[in-house]
Design a protein around this ligand. Sequence first.
Ligand SMILES: [Zn+2]
Length: 263
Amino acid sequence: MKIFKFSMLVILALSIVQCTNDANNDVQPENSLDQEKIPSEVLAKLESLGFDMEKTSIKSSKGGFIVDGDIFFTDKSVKEENLQKQAFFGIVDCNRAGNIRIQNALGNNAAGRGFRRGLNLWNRVNNTTLQLVEVNSNPDILVRLSTPGEIGGWGLGEFPTNGVEGGLIILNLNEPSIDGDPVTAREWGNILAHEIGHNIGFVHSEQDNLGTRVPGTPLGDPNSIMVSGSNPGIVFNANQVSNNDARAVRRMYSNRNNRLCGR
Ligand SMILES: [Zn+2]
């Protein structure tokens, strides 16, 4: 079994970025959580959102904070007065969700070649109004590569704030796959779908106390594309988003009266 080099953040984050199969890394001492230099008002804000502060890693990053391994909160969003739990953390306005413009700035590499698959995994879900549209300029979501050392793990997605999707996704080409080989285009597509999930409001499916559950979906879905560190192979090997992912996104973004995006 190959053990990769990870930053402590990555090992601690219960997230897709925790990719080792080594069971010893599944247990981390609480006192090593990466929270020391985080302003207390930011910690309080995240706690008010429902994060279990004894299990959540938080790292200061340019322009904001990386929470739970691969979720980016901007400085602005953590200062937002009315940032609060809704369906999941936040949800994109119905109208916006019908035409989310997303740009591939990854370049000519496996991640770039996997880009369209990441969009399609969500666009393929029927009976939802959610639609990700590839554009070459003025995107709502920019997908780019990380700069050296910018992030650990495979990727990062930003939560929506005030009805607007998270604007940034970062992928890290330097991270090997779970089998130690380079991540394939197909796997990058799956990782991108996971990160897009954050940008449209999803938290990790193991975080069953976090955010608001979508009615009709289970408390924790082991097959979700939003599974994080407990079993990253689920994300890497997914053929599609899970049935419950599809159920959730239909309930969040649709034309039906009980849609969550319109509340
Ligand atoms: Zn994630």
